[in-house]
Design a protein around this ligand. Structure first.
Ligand code: ATP
Ligand code: MG
Length: 393
């Protein structure tokens, strides 16, 4: 086994005072959760302003790294090799051995950076760096020292033992989930809403989700696709509670009672209302959608205002100013794209009009909703009460 531990680098933020503890504790918790899916016992420890993941005797390096790469709040991941402290001379030899296995035939510029976490270590940091650097120069004749802009920095941390690392693998960035409350994502099977959920989770927000389906007009396969997407988002956000709401009767009723060019906007208003019901029940502080201005008729400024009107919670639309291509790029990066483009029907598209209104007039919309007064409350209540609740890991 090559690496004994990972040093977790986190930056972001003015994590000062009390916030720093909240941030670090949330990060440790998320790291533990991510690693619980990897075989082996990992120890995640907060030590002197650093977080270390100590690895078991044998573990899968790639799988571990992959799990860590999905944890928000991590900026960089440094694989660390740990040596016993057997004196500086031996340490220098250990570092050369480390170089031989991690950077064989190294021929660029480097510097050694020493940090003494153990202050009683008898040799000053600069001198440790100089001695180790000397050994490296001897073993790698084509390497040169450059303390200002080295191609490679070899970090040596003197703790109880000697920690050596030289690579930083990029982390997911953002803030650890759990540092910023909870929000409820309207998750469809499309490209945009999983990206929207990912983006808000990245800011430290815990996610739960609501999906509206319309059986038998939408299939079991369409629902499975949404479950799959929730699972992909959950790789970053941690567990997601997913409410699957049967929207069929509400849609049919609207279809029967209201002008068809208003269908989409009316359905969207009921979706928002129902999503908000679940949000409030679970103490979510906002709703999230994958809407982007002008993308479709229901996402013009007028339509967005009309859907917003029925919500009392704030509605977050993180991709609001993105072009489709920009959203697709993120979807690819977080690996939801291939699932999103599977061709299964969505409940909105089934009842959609040929020429939906793009500038809904609020007075007109409210009047249309008035035509639903006889049964809609009962239907909404039934939809809320019969929702299926899935805990997505
Ligand atoms: P997406 O790619 O996310 O499906 P879209 O471009 O298809 O978005 P719309 O169908 O207008 O756009 O939906 C806009 C937003 O409304 C979605 O991003 C999602 O947040 C929400 N939404 C739409 N349909 C559903 C559904 N069946 N269940 C839950 N939320 C939905
Ligand atoms: Mg959609």
């Amino acid at each position: 086994m090559l690496f004994h531990a990972f040093l977790i680098k986190y930056a972001e933020i003015a994590i000062k005072g009390k916030n720093r503890y909240l941030f670090e504790d949330a990060l440790v918790k998320q790291i533990r959760q991510a690693l619980s899916r990897v075989e082996g016992e990992f120890a995640v420890q907060k030590e002197q302003g650093r977080i270390y993941v100590f690895c078991p005797e044998s573990y899968d390096y790639e799988e571990t790294l992959d799990a860590l790469r999905h944890v928000f709040g991590i900026v960089g991941i440094c694989p660390v090799r740990i040596f016993e402290d057997r004196g500086l001379e031996e340490t220098a030899r250990d570092v050369v051995g480390y170089m031989e296995s991690c950077h064989p035939d190294f021929s660029g510029t480097f510097k050694v950076y020493t940090r003494r976490a153990r202050k009683t270590y008898p040799v000053p940091s600069m001198e440790v760096s100089a001695q180790i650097g000397g050994h490296i120069l001897e073993a790698f004749p084509r390497a040169r020292v450059d303390v200002h802009e080295p191609e490679l920095t070899i970090s040596v941390e003197i703790r109880e033992k000697i920690y050596v690392y030289s690579q930083t693998i990029r982390g997911a960035g953002g803030m650890p989930v759990g540092t910023n409350g909870k929000a409820t994502l309207l998750l469809s099977g499309g490209i945009d809403s999983p990206v929207a959920g990912y983006m808000i989770a990245k800011r430290g927000v815990q996610i739960e989700a609501v999906y509206f389906h319309a059986p038998p007009y939408t299939s079991e396969r369409a629902k499975q696709k949404v479950v799959d997407l929730a699972r992909l988002v959950a790789r970053y956000s941690g567990p997601i509670r997913l409410y699957v709401v049967n929207f069929t009767d509400i849609q049919l009723y609207i279809y029967d009672q209201c002008p068809h060019d208003e269908l989409t906007i009316l359905m969207r208003r009921y979706m928002m209302r129902i999503a908000e019901y679940f949000a409030k029940k679970d103490k979510s502080l906002g709703l999230i959608t994958g809407e982007s201005i002008g993308q479709v008729a229901s996402q013009t400024m007028h339509s967005l205002a009309a859907t917003d009107e029925v919500c009392t919670l704030p509605v977050y639309r993180p991709v609001i100013g993105f072009d489709k291509q920009e959203i697709v790029e993120i979807a690819r990066q977080i690996q939801t794209f291939d699932t999103s483009i599977q061709p299964y029907e969505d409940c909105c598209t089934i009842f959609v009009a040929k020429h939906p209104v793009t500038k809904p007039n609020l007075k007109v919309i409210r009047r249309s909703e008035g035509k639903l007064s006889e049964k809609i409350e009962e239907l909404v209540k039934t939809a809320q009460e019969t929702a299926e609740v899935l805990e997505i890991e």
